[in-house]
Design a protein around this ligand. Structure first.
Ligand SMILES: [Zn+2]
Length: 322
């Protein structure tokens, strides 16, 4: 989508190039098969697993037909609490408010965590001519192209660690400030739970857990974490009529309590956002995972070749570059 300020999107054209590279030059594998391989101590060379987080409807509408055309398995980690709610993910609504709205009031006043905060946006407009900007990139964050981008970045950082109800209280204040109404844009619509059944039909795509509300798990109490992780799993299992084996940590965030809950659960493996390759000794509940940008096929091939090379070669390369 335009203004992908979280660096989450890959165009269908690039995704198809990725699939061609993975099919022709690597060994596409499902996460279940990876889990079984780790268990048996034999990991085929050049194996690649494809995963998607959050459960956007384009995983079903756009990615599934392409995955099937290329025969590449994938796992989609679904946030179960979005189903049946007529709001976007809070971060998408925030992006829409600041980067897709017309005129906005020049001053923004919000009550956040019981404190009144004020921002001055001046007459800043959403500048669609601005170069790609990612607020998760610290350098971009300090070099925001417009006041709207800067304020978006600041409010994102304030909202992200909050609990679900507090997050929506801030979004509601922002909606009435902007004079807009919440709406769900098709490009960022989350799947309904019933759609996960269609998604997983045919057997090439697995559905994994990603909590109910996508919280920063490590900041929640043990009880809250258990509810987010286990009830999110049950929501999916009820809809799918089958067991959900895999989990992905929202924002890649966890603590010891999170791991204890996963160990005692029926989840067999869990994906982090630690950008490394999986090895035979990788812990099943802390599998590393490399994010993929909106790259062309050649760039993906380079990134994957780097990951599948023996670690010793990689270290030497780094020494030479240093
Ligand atoms: Zn996520």
């Amino acid at each position: 989508m335009e203004d992908d300020c979280y660096g989450l999107c890959v165009t269908p054209e690039h995704f198809e190039q990725h699939l061609r590279v993975i099919r022709d030059r690597f060994n596409p594998m499902s996460l279940s098969d990876l889990g079984d391989s780790l268990h048996s101590g034999r990991l085929p060379d050049r194996s690649v697993c494809v995963t998607f987080d959050d459960g956007y409807s384009d995983n079903l509408l756009v990615a599934k037909p392409l995955l099937e055309a290329y025969g590449v398995p994938a796992t989609v980690f679904v946030t179960s609490g979005r189903s049946g709610r007529d709001r976007e993910f809070w971060w998408d609504e925030l992006q829409g408010l600041f980067l897709s709205s017309g005129d906005l009031p020049e001053t923004l006043e919000l009550e956040i965590n019981g404190e009144r905060r004020t921002w001055n946006l001046g007459q800043s407009q959403a500048d669609s001519g601005a170069p790609p900007w990612c607020l998760l990139d610290p350098e971009d964050l300090t070099n925001a192209p417009t006041a709207r981008h800067r304020v978006l970045g600041e409010i994102y950082s304030l909202i992200r660690p909050m609990r679900d109800r507090e997050q929506w209280a801030v979004l509601d204040q922002l909606q009435s400030w902007s004079g807009g109404r919440p709406m769900v844009r098709p490009v960022v619509r989350a799947m309904e739970l019933e759609e996960t059944v269609t998604l997983s039909s045919g057997g090439l795509i697995e559905v994994g857990g990603h909590t109910i509300n996508h919280p920063f798990l490590g900041l929640l109490s043990e009880e809250e974490q258990r509810q987010e992780i286990l009830e999110g799993k049950q929501d999916l299992e009820r809809a799918l009529g089958r067991r959900v084996r895999a989990f992905a940590f929202p924002f890649g965030h966890y603590n010891e309590t999170t791991l204890g809950i996963l160990e005692a659960s029926e989840f067999e493996y869990a994906c982090t956002c630690i950008p490394q390759e999986v090895r035979l000794d990788s812990p099943a509940l802390l599998l590393p995972r490399r994010g993929v940008g909106d790259w062309d096929g050649d760039r993906l091939a380079l990134e994957l070749e780097y990951l599948v090379r023996p670690a010793r070669t990689r270290l030497l390369e780094r020494l030479h570059l240093a």
